[in-house]
Each structure stands twice: as C-alpha cells, then as structure tokens.
Design a binder for this molecule. Structure first.
Ligand SMILES: [Zn+2]
Length: 109
C-alpha cells in the first residue's frame, strides 16, 4: 500500500497512542519513535515532532524542557482536555475494534 495512505489512516491511531502514554507519564520524542516502532508504526522525527507540536497547540499536550546528559529534552504530558479526548477515543476505539473483529470472526473478510 502507498505509504501516504498508510500514514493518513494511522495518524489518528498514532495520536491516540501518544495521548495514552502522555496521560501516564511524561514522554519525549525519541522514546516515542521507539515505542511506536515497537507497535509497527514507522515514524521518524520529521513526522513525530510536528504531530507533538500540533497536539500541544490544540491543547491536548503540554510540554517542558529538561536538560538530560547535557542535552535539552522536551517532555510532553497530557492536559485535562487531552485526557478527556483519550477517554472518548478509548470508547470509540473499542466499539470499532468490536465491530471489525466481529466481521473477521464471521469469515466475511
Ligand atoms: Zn504504546
């Protein structure tokens, strides 16, 4: 499948993923590139950082900088609005998963 189609489709999944982790602990870019990679999402800094910035602009994430081993690292945590959206996304994701797996198990796919 074309890379762009895959990216478009899974961008929302990625954002939910980021919210999920940022709601639990402070996250940072390279850590999330690794984490998303573990889940099969091939994202580089050129994709991930703009997404993090955009989500911060939308008020879903907030960030702060900390110097780690002599380098400035930006950490992100979920805001209250981000956590609310995550709860909603969780409900919808479950509904979607239940529905598409039902078809799968019925053997129509
Ligand atoms: Zn994860």
């Amino acid at each position: 499948m074309e890379k762009r189609i895959i990216r478009d489709l899974f961008l929302g999944f990625m954002k939910v993923h980021l919210l999920h982790h940022a709601a639990q602990e402070a996250i940072y870019g390279t850590q999330m590139i690794e984490e998303l990679g573990r889940h099969g999402y091939e994202v580089g800094p050129g994709t991930l950082y703009p997404v993090l910035h955009y989500m911060e602009k939308q008020g879903l994430l907030q960030s702060y900088e900390r110097v780690v081993e002599g380098k400035v690292r930006r950490y992100y945590t979920a805001t209250e609005a981000g956590k609310r959206l995550l709860r909603e996304a969780r409900k919808r994701a479950k509904e979607l998963v239940d529905e598409i797996w039902e078809v799968e198990e019925g053997g129509k796919l």
